[in-house]
Design a protein. Structure first.
Length: 135
């Protein structure tokens, strides 16, 4: 009994040519991700009207939308920040966006050493009016 289980386990681990390989050689080959994969968030600031529906739909309150009112009384996006360290990757923010400004990217390499590095600034308007996009 002990020998048979050991042989079966080693056959799975060593890929002795007795079946289909079940491991992926990750750094050399990237995995094929499904189309509905939830990786990192991407924002299209031209589509965003700073309504804040995405921030209200988020169950963990990880999205911060800063806006300003212009001379024409319309709301304009000034900053968009996401705390991915607390994100559930549920997709409610993407679904609730009425203009389709939020999208999922197939980027799953989001590990970092410090918790403060999990805060991603997707958009920030400088005081001079210049626009800077973060990753």
């Amino acid at each position: 009994m002990f020998g048979r289980g050991l042989i079966k386990g080693l056959r799975t681990t060593w890929h002795l040519g007795l079946g289909k390989a079940i491991t992926e050689q990750y750094p050399e080959r990237r995995p094929k991700l499904p189309p509905a994969f939830h990786g990192s968030l991407s924002l299209d600031p031209q589509k965003c009207n700073a309504c804040g529906l995405c921030a209200r739909a988020c169950p963990n309150n990880v999205i911060i939308v800063d806006s300003e009112r212009g001379e024409d009384k319309k709301r304009y996006l000034s900053a968009y920040t996401v705390k991915l360290g607390q994100c559930l990757f549920c997709g409610l923010c993407v679904e609730s966006c009425p203009r389709g400004a939020l999208h999922w990217l197939p980027d799953f390499e989001l590990a970092c050493y410090r918790f403060k590095d999990t805060e991603h600034v997707l958009y920030k308007r400088n005081p001079e009016g210049e626009v800077s996009k973060g990753a």
